[in-house]
Design a protein around this ligand. Sequence first.
Ligand code: PEP
Length: 257
Amino acid sequence: MRPKVIAGNWKLNKDVGESEKLITELKAALKFPLEKTRVIICPPFTSLALARKLIEGTVIELGAQNMYIEDEGAFTGEISPKMLRSVGCTYVIVGHSERRQFFKETNELVNKKAKKALVSGLLPIICVGETLEEREKNITDQIVSVQVKSCLKDLSSSDMEKVIIAYEPVWAIGTGKNATPQQAQEVHQLIRKLVGQLYSWVVAEKVFIQYGGSVKPDNALELLKQPDIDGALVGGACLKADSFTSIIEAAVRSSQN
Ligand code: PEP
C-alpha cells in the first residue's frame, strides 16, 4: 500500500518570525507515530533556511513552492534547483494553478521544470486540475489528461517513482468548496489509468497522486480513504499547526483502515 503524503503549501504567507512559530507548534503537535504517512512543508523561499534548521531530526521534510529551470545566470528574481538543494529542499511544487493563472505558466514550462527538478535531485510535485468553467463544460477528463501527458513528457519510468502528481481542481483551491471524495476519486483513477497507459501498470500502482483543494480537518479522512488518493496538498489549513496536524492524523487513520 502506498504511504500517504501530506504537503503544506504556505503560499505567500509567514515571515521568518511567523514561520518559526508555526514550525515550533507543528513539531510539538506531531508527537504521535506517523505510520505510513509523510509530512512535507513548503514555506516561502525566505523561510527555507530557518525551516531546515528547525525540522532537523524530525520526520518533517522540506519543499519549495516554485523554481526556475536554470542553475544560475541573469534571471533576476528567480531561484534555481541547485539553490533549493543547498538549502535542504527535497521537493518542489511545479505548475500550481496560481503560477499558471497569475504568472502564465504553461504545461510546456511545467514539464521543463519537472525535468530540471529531477536531474537536480529534487522530487517534483506536479499540479494539474480543471477550472470551474471546464468542469461545467464536462471537459475535466480531457483537460486533466492533456495536462498530465504534457507535464510528464519525456519523463522515464524511473523518474515516475520520484514524481508526485497533485490533482487540484482550480475551483476548489482556497474557495472552501472541496471536490467530493467521489469527484476526486474519479479523476485520480483517470490519472492513474493514464499513467498506466503511458508507462506500465507497475508504474501506475506506485505513483503518488495527491488531492488538493480546500482540504480541511473535517473532510480530510473521507478524501484520504479513497483508493487512488495518496495524500493531500494543503493550502489554507496548513497555516495553523492544529488544523494541519488534524489532517496528518486523518492520513495516519486512513492508512490503518
Ligand atoms: C493549494 O494551495 O494547493 C491549495 C489546495 O489550497 P487550499 O487548501 O487553501 O484550497
